[in-house]
Design a protein around this ligand. Structure first.
Ligand SMILES: Nc1nc2c(c(=O)[nH]1)N[C@H]1C(S)=C(S)[C@@H](COP(=O)(O)O)O[C@H]1N2
Ligand SMILES: [Mo]
Length: 163
């Protein structure tokens, strides 16, 4: 029955498309909450190689702490949310220093917000803003240049909770 075959093919394809292999290196990002894809217990864990394998984007911007326009590179946060089958309205972003903010996914999508791994082509480390830094395109969108979005520019990101 062609319809059943098609349904089976769709099922197999979508299962493959949504599989997330377990990290081989140290986990640098935990994604929790309302996600449809997990790889360890109820979490989707990423090592740096997995983050580097996602489609890369660049944002050239300054911000209120870095004066010169600087190049940031990494996946869009929306790519990460897609990879984990996120369903929700907000993400809670938690840093290694326990700094926490809640950001609407609408803003993440609208502004192509990055989870940057590189600043001027240099990998960011935990001594700086790394390994993962939330980067809004401040230079291209003047409406972002206020405390709300500066507060959402989380560095040393450790965990994202989809809500
Ligand atoms: N991990 C982490 N990210 C953070 C913060 C923080 O304390 N920890 N402070 C936020 C706030 S409140 C602002 S305004 C901007 C800039 O902070 P700064 O002015 O202290 O450099 O970074 C944001 N990102
Ligand atoms: Mo702030």
């Amino acid at each position: 029955m062609p319809t059943r075959l098609f349904a089976l093919a769709t099922l197999v394809f979508s299962t493959l498309a949504l599989a997330l292999p377990a990290p081989e290196g140290d986990t640098v990002l935990w994604v929790n909450g309302n996600i449809g894809v997990t790889n360890i217990d109820s979490s989707a864990e990423f090592d740096l190689a997995m983050i580097d394998d996602l489609e890369q984007s660049e944002v050239k911007t300054n911000n209120h702490v870095v004066e010169e326009v600087t190049s940031y590179r990494g996946p869009k946060i929306s790519s990460i949310l897609e990879a984990v089958g996120a369903k929700g309205e907000h993400i809670k972003v938690i840093a290694w220093d326990d700094y926490v903010v809640t950001i609407p996914i609408a803003d993440i999508d609208k502004y192509g917000v990055l989870l940057a791994t590189h600043e001027n082509d240099k990998r960011m480390t935990i001594d700086g803003k790394g390994p993962l830094f939330v980067v809004f395109p401040f230079t291209d969108y003047p409406e972002l240049q206020n405390d709300l979005y500066y507060n959402w520019s989380v560095w040393q990101v450790m965990e994202i909770v989809v809500e």
